[in-house]
Design a protein around this ligand. Structure first.
Ligand SMILES: [Zn+2]
Length: 255
């Protein structure tokens, strides 16, 4: 009961997730999402070799700029970077809209529509605030509560939060529910942006094939360990296709 009172005092918000309408409990404010994401992002970018020009950069820029105008933007400060790392099949979006695409995922994305599947899905995790929602659930009673209570007043606690956020967002697999939700939201976004949503199940089939069905050893370990491609995910995407195709056909945007 004491915890309930304390939680009420922190004014955590219960809000609806865009597109799916799921009710979500999050102890972090949007401002905290943005601060946490921006700082974790800066740290990650500082350790990476970035590409700032050329066809790979241009492709990512093109897709990001087409997706952003159609997403349910909670007021994020969007930013993207392309990491020159052909051995790493990965992409992510930190809370607050900070996107990273590793060049290793581009051959599996194949084209702009395939890349829109990946980036749309990652943007969906950020828009749905899965990162801090998960920190709320996993850290409740200790770190999450301390952070929410202190409003990041303590530098040490904030550093702890950064480490936890990066670990959760980049290295730990998302849960099944978050994955399926990000798939659904990302699918609608790519369709609205004018990309053919049929590219989504096709992309996940390529990911499954590339992993050889063996859990993705070697260079695929990154994205496949956080984003397992499986029959359930592909079947769910196919179920959602009629709605997405309708959105796509109504969209006035065309790549
Ligand atoms: Zn995901």
């Amino acid at each position: 009961m004491a915890l309930a009172v304390l939680l009420a005092g922190l004014a955590p918000s219960c809000q609806s997730v865009a597109v799916t309408g799921r009710r979500q409990f999050n102890m972090f404010s949007l401002e905290q999402d943005k601060q946490l994401g921006a700082d974790a992002y800066q740290q990650a970018m500082g350790e990476s070799k970035l590409i700032k020009s050329g066809p790979q950069y241009a492709q990512v820029k093109r897709v990001v700029e087409r997706l952003i105008p159609v997403v349910d933007d909670p007021g994020f400060e969007w930013e993207f970077n392309v990491i020159d790392d052909p051995k790493t099949v990965n992409a992510w979006c930190m809370p607050g809209g900070k996107i990273a695409v590793y060049t290793g995922i581009l051959p599996i994305a194949q084209d702009d529509a395939g890349l829109a599947v990946v980036i749309g899905h990652e943007i969906a995790h950020a828009v749905a605030r899965h990162g801090t929602e998960r920190m709320t659930t996993q850290g409740l009673g200790n770190l999450g509560l301390a952070i929410a209570a202190s409003q990041f007043e303590s530098a040490a606690k904030y550093q702890q939060a950064l480490v936890l956020a990066t670990d959760l967002l980049v290295y730990k697999p998302w849960g099944r529910d978050n994955e399926l939700e990000a798939d659904e939201i990302g699918l609608m976004y790519m369709a609205e942006a004018g990309y053919d949503p049929r590219s989504a199940p096709a992309f996940w089939q390529r990911m499954a094939a590339a992993s050889g069905g063996a859990g993705g050893g070697g260079r695929l370990a990154g994205y496949l360990s956080t984003h397992p491609s499986n029959a359930e995910r592909i079947a769910r995407l196919e179920q959602l296709l009629p709605r997405a195709i309708e959105l796509h056909e109504r969209s006035t945007l065309r790549p």
